[in-house]
Design a protein around this ligand. Sequence first.
Ligand SMILES: [Zn+2]
Length: 212
Amino acid sequence: MMAIAGIFPVAKWLAKIKQRSDVGCTLCQRAREQRGATMENLPKETYGHMNSAFCDGIATTVTAAHHFIWRHLYASMQAAKTPASKLRFVTPDKESSMSTLWQEKEIKQICSRKSLTGKAAEIDKTISVEKHERERHDFDPTMFYASENRFWNPRLDGMAINKNHRTIYILEFKRSSDRNEDFLGVKEDEANEQRRSIIDSLKAAAPEWTFE
Ligand SMILES: [Zn+2]
């Protein structure tokens, strides 16, 4: 109930009303204690943090929730397909990495792995480095961009293909609180940004197809 109302007493709020002196996340702290990790740079305990996979203490739970809900939605989308629909769901029951997907015969015909790798290398340089990649990037930028894994390792929530319309949909499922009116737009932008490298590279490698 408190979570729905958004009034869960997180450290940041408790500090604001002077009931706590530090704002470090208690869940992260506990998780780090258990594995004997350093307490340096403990993330701030905010409502958003505690509901995200960035929180050490809750990551397993939110990831499980994501997969559980997504599997249900995915199955529902397939069940709702009309017999005339030409839409095919390529990854029906599990997340698949780009690398696994490009082993499928039908997918490989759209564009070769080699040309896609080439386009991705060009496009990746124009895309800002994500927070969790920052350390690797700063360590050796040349190596970072040369790494094919940045493109091929990400796991997609799903992919749907319509051969007749030459369209591919990269599916990304986001859980979100709907307290803010603009949550749909915010999450859509987030998903598009997250998959921009993949979508832009595909567009460049297979211009006769549409990717969304
Ligand atoms: Zn945390």
